[in-house]
Design a protein around this ligand. Structure first.
Ligand code: HEC
Length: 122
């Protein structure tokens, strides 16, 4: 009898375990569903990310590492040199930005889309 009960419990756990996995696949957490990395512009998406995570250390009066990132013309050279994407993706050979943390995958995807589009001033 004892064996039967544990076998039954095992089946219940397996089934509910599978159910949970599927549920997460069908209904991913909100952050994953709301990531729009296709409709990306400088004036909204890129500026937003810069304002939230970068401008504190990269504005006209505090240009850490000589980098000002608060306008289109000031960010462009860092895009063209590849440093901006290398830094935020934290690739080896680059300086990880922001220091001590990392942008979300969604924000990195947005920046990458904008760079792939040719970094337009839109
Ligand atoms: C807490 C302050 C701080 C924040 C926030 C910050 N940075 Fe930096 N950043 C620095 C410092 C300090 C340096 C200089 C590092 C060095 O030369 O070793 C630097 C250097 C840079 C450089 C030029 C150096 C290089 O080789 O790439 C770029 C580009 C850069 N940061 C991009 C960013 C971006 C993009 C963000 C936002 C995602 C960001 N930073 C957020 C402090 C910061």
């Amino acid at each position: 009898m004892k064996i039967k009960i544990s076998a039954l419990l095992l089946i219940v756990f397996c089934v509910s375990g599978c159910y949970y996995d599927k549920y997460n696949k069908l209904y991913p957490p909100v952050s994953e569903t709301t990531c729009d990395s296709l409709n990306v512009t400088y004036s909204v998406s890129v500026k937003d990310i810069m304002n939230n995570y970068c401008i504190g250390c990269h504005n006209a009066s505090t240009a850490s590492g000589g980098a000002t990132l608060d306008s289109y013309s000031s960010i462009l050279p860092w895009v063209q040199s590849g440093q901006l994407m290398g830094d935020v993706k934290q690739l080896s050979g680059f300086i990880s930005m922001p220091p001590g943390s990392k942008l979300s995958d969604c924000d990195i995807a947005k920046l990458q889309k904008w760079v792939n589009d040719g970094a337009p001033n839109n």
